[in-house]
Ligand binder design. Structure first.
Ligand code: GLY
Length: 554
């Protein structure tokens, strides 16, 4: 390291470069990407509901107030750690419809069409209502209808913020589908900030789900209307697909980093495995000694990212369809061998990095919320429509937007998807399969006690975003808000570029280039929502200011 960069790194270590206060609460807290949804969750907690009750209320509220990603027509993952120490993971990811085929998004010359991104054929079978219902049935305590009531109220009208108004106005995708254009863009008479967005059809759908239970969405009148609209518009999801949808309860992945236990998302998420493998490469590398945001530290982390994403492209997929070599990919010797290929002073080229050979053994728009209740139960929930406003389609008469999650499959193995991710055969389309996800809801423990609840939206950048916030807390001693505010970077192997948010100094950028990185700029690397339990037992919430969320508690 040159004397100049060493001096800079030391300066960065010593100065409190960020000094934001997190929101603090004594007992319980919700951090979500939209304030009305946060308030709905806090109200449930104050009324004696537990973290799962609050998660159900926040999940339904976001479906009304955060239409870019909150949803009934999408899917996601819920990670729960009960105060007793028991953990579980509910996978309510969308599934490919029974009539889906491997090449359904290729034209007659074998070229990828845009059908995995826009319109009726892009949707996978939604899992959100099923997943929230299972969470509630097994782990909730308050009446189901009581938890949906805030969402129904919000559907009667809530004032849109400046950023929601801008987003609704500027989203060309919504204008392509008449029902979406009518509801969200008032046929061109766009919403101004503070005007009420009223969604009577969505309110009615929510009311039916509240009264008749989740079966209404999968077998009842709502399901029948939904399937009929699909058939009338060339979509693939049938009533049988809806009836056959199941949430899968899985064992979370676990690992450790510098004395912290990590509980995180297993496949079909690639996120949990990603953070465990990358942090495995970082542990004992001494990368953090260079200081936060120092070029040498960024370089080392980026090289770990490059290696993990190469593995991701080959080995990660729905474990019910493909044998994901989880143990091999997290094997200590394997991770050391990957670490050993990192040159601390020179960037690799992605073409020279292939997936490794682990030992044999076995609008990016999404949204995340983190919740801790007064008993110490914790929920990290990430769910999504995939792209912003999903496939753009609002189901006529039902008021909910549909996902375009089919694009998370490798529609053409070897070619990049919406996030530029190159994925392999393991993640090819098959009927009933779940597309590989990057969603990374994660919980950290210290000495067996809850320490951190974290997750993020952000497509392929979720994994690196979540990891950097954890590293900022664990390795650089930042509080929850500072850890989130700090600028982030991302490398995903292909394309071979290191993407930096604003906020890195020109010196740092120059040093990264001199190591051989192709550097570009990126608006955001995920939007992280985190709660950290302080040493004194208080909860500290950080909500990402890249978005318009809110942390609150009592
Ligand atoms: N749709 C984004 C993800 O699941 O990774």
């Amino acid at each position: 390291m040159s004397p100049r960069s060493l001096a800079l790194a030391l300066l960065l270590c010593l100065l409190p470069a960020f000094a934001a206060h997190p929101v603090r609460a004594r007992r319980a807290m919700v951090v979500a990407q939209e304030p009305h949804a946060t308030d709905a969750g806090v109200a449930v907690l104050k009324a004696g509901g537990n973290a799962v009750d609050a998660a159900v209320a926040v999940g339904f509220a976001l479906a009304v107030t955060h239409p870019t990603a909150g949803n009934l027509g999408g899917g996601g993952f819920l990670l729960l750690r009960k105060a007793s120490g028991e953990t579980t993971f509910l996978d309510f990811r969308e599934r490919a419809p029974a009539n889906a085929t491997r090449d359904m998004y290729l034209d007659s010359s074998g070229k990828l069409t845009r059908d995995s991104l826009e319109g009726w054929r892009a949707a996978g079978v939604p899992g959100t209502v099923h997943g929230l219902a299972l969470a509630h049935r097994k782990y909730g305590s308050k009446p189901w209808a009581e938890l949906i009531a805030p969402a129904i109220r919000l559907a009667r009208g809530f004032p849109v913020t400046y950023s929601v108004a801008q987003s609704l106005k500027n989203t060309k995708l919504l204008a392509k589908f008449p029902e979406s254009r009518r509801i969200f863009q008032r046929d061109g008479k766009f919403f101004e900030p503070d005007e009420l967005l009223v969604q009577p059809e969505l309110g009615n759908t929510l009311d039916r789900i509240a009264r008749f239970g989740p079966r209404e969405f999968y077998e009842g009148e709502v399901a029948k209307k939904f399937a009929a609209a699909m058939a009338a518009n060339g979509g693939l999801i049938s009533l049988d697909d809806l009836k056959n949808y199941r949430t899968v309860e899985r064992k979370p992945l676990t690992g450790a980093y510098r004395g912290y236990d990590i509980v995180t998302a297993p496949p079909p998420s690639s996120g949990g495995l990603g953070i465990l493998q990358m942090m495995g490469m970082l542990e004992s590398s001494n990368y953090a000694a260079h200081g936060h945001a120092a070029a040498a530290a960024i370089h080392f982390v980026a090289e770990a990212m490059r290696r993990y994403y190469a593995d991701r492209s080959e080995y990660l997929a729905d474990p019910d369809f493909f044998k994901v070599p989880v143990t091999g990919l997290l094997d200590k010797a394997y991770i050391s061998s990957r670490r050993a290929t990192i040159d601390p002073s020179r960037a690799s080229t992605s073409d020279s990095i292939r997936q490794g050979t682990p030992p044999a053994s076995e609008s990016a728009e999404t949204t995340h919320f983190s919740i801790v209740d007064a008993q110490g139960n914790a929920v990290a929930l990430t769910y999504t429509l995939n792209g912003s406003y999903g496939n753009g389609v609002t189901v006529p008469g039902l008021g909910f937007l549909l996902n375009n999650e089919m694009d998370d499959f490798a529609a053409k193995p070897g070619e990049p998807n919406m996030f530029g991710l190159v994925q392999g055969e393991a993640n090819a389309i098959q009927p009933g399969k779940r597309p590989l996800s990057s969603m990374t809801p994660t919980i950290l423990l210290k000495d067996g006690k809850l320490f951190m609840v974290v997750g993020a939206p952000g497509g392929s950048r979720i994994i690196t975003g979540v990891m950097q916030v954890i590293l900022n807390v664990v390795d650089f001693g930042m509080n929850a808000q500072d850890a989130i505010d700090a600028p982030r970077f991302h490398h995903q192997w292909q394309p071979d570029k290191l993407s930096l948010e604003k906020g890195f100094s020109p010196d740092t950028v120059a040093l990264l280039k001199s190591r051989g990185h192709t550097v570009d700029s990126i608006s955001t690397v995920a939007n992280v929502e985190a709660i950290v339990v302080q040493k004194d037992g208080w909860l500290a919430g950080g909500s990402d200011r890249r978005s318009h969320g809110k942390a609150a508690g009592y």
